[in-house]
Design a protein around this ligand. Structure first.
Ligand code: CP
Length: 319
């Protein structure tokens, strides 16, 4: 594997899950793969889980790790070509990227949607510049439109907890005080469809995601109806994808918060969220603290999804 953005990059999804569950049992058995190899993790945005889990995965593999926070202790970067750089930005990304590539073997990039220009976000302008100019394998650590390490970890968590082969999984929109990117719901939808689950997305009107990611999912607008019989409830806020209101937060309806009353509609359903989560906006305290909450197992599986992706990349590195 040279690049990791979409579910198709992982190949056979069942084989990937099997490999991940094996890795989870013996995560320190693969140190030879990463010896004398360096991972550079670049963060344009904040992180807790991605930073720690990906670094841990790399250490499990014997890799050296460099973490770069673009907004701390680094020259301010210009990302647009053609700009006359007479302002506060000292370095252009188009020099910075190949320079970064000189010091590492693999690059992970975190760069959220800016919601300034839908075309730039959905063309993955920043990630693709790393792919084009770094000369290194590149993987997404949540980009403008995708968060595949999270979706892979979520898939593993469902596989570990499902009660039968094809569980009913519902992703529900939930309220949030500010606009959030579509990367997590896009990837979750893409991976759930690929896994072949009975998968429904429920959202207020106007919150339809790109069909590129949701094709094959059932779409609902009535949350109670969608939650009936659900075995896994994945809560997430996202901003509007449609052109007219792209990036806006047009619904503040708190009745979409996932509460004990909502979970009572499910089939003893598990609650899931990628974290960080705003309690009593997205989910009530009692639901996230319940025995059916999987938020910590999901976070723990981030180490495993990152390790499998790094192993796939390392095993195809040219010497
Ligand atoms: N879920 C997730 O990616 O968490 P962080 O933003 O803390 O990395």
């Amino acid at each position: 594997m040279r690049y990791f953005k979409n579910v198709s990059d992982i190949g056979d999804i069942k084989a990937a899950v099997k490999e991940a569950l094996e890795v989870k049992k013996n995560r320190f058995d693969y140190k030879a793969l990463g010896r004398d190899k360096t991972l550079l993790m670049i963060f344009f945005n904040s992180s807790l889980r991605t930073r720690l889990s990906t670094q841990k995965a790399a250490m499990n593999l014997g890799m050296n790790v460099i973490v770069l926070d673009v907004n701390q202790g680094m020259w301010k970067l210009e990302t647009e070509r053609g700009v006359i750089m007479d302002g506060d930005k000292t370095e252009h990304l188009l020099e910075a990227i190949p320079v970064m590539g000189c010091y590492c073997d693999v690059i992970g990039v975190r760069s959220f949607a800016k919601f300034e220009n839908k075309k730039d976000d959905y063309e993955e302008k920043i990630l693709n510049q790393f792919i084009q100019y770094s000369g290194r394998p590149v993987f997404a650590m949540e980009t403008a439109t995708v968060h595949p390490l999270q979706a892979f970890a979520d898939l593993l968590t469902i596989e570990e907890h499902k009660r039968h082969e094809r569980p009913k999984v519902v992703m529900t929109w939930a309220p949030h005080p500010k606009s959030l990117p579509q990367a997590v719901p896009n990837s979750f939808a893409q991976w759930m469809v690929a896994a072949g689950y009975d998968f429904t997305i429920v959202q207020p009107h106007g919150y339809e995601l790109s069909e590129k990611f949701t094709k094959g999912a059932k779409i609902e607008y009535d949350q109670d109806k969608a939650l009936a019989g659900a075995e896994f409830v994945y809560a997430k806020n996202w901003a509007v994808y449609a052109d007219a209101d792209y990036g806006k937060n047009i619904c503040g309806d708190r009745s979409w918060t996932v509460t004990t009353k909502k979970m009572a509609l499910t089939d003893n359903g598990f609650f899931m969220h990628c974290l960080p989560v705003r309690r009593n906006m997205i989910v009530s305290d009692d639901v996230i603290e319940s025995k059916n909450s999987l938020v910590i197992p999901e976070a723990a599986n981030r180490e495993i999804s990152a390790q499998v992706v790094l192993m796939r990349i390392l095993s195809e590195l040219e010497d």
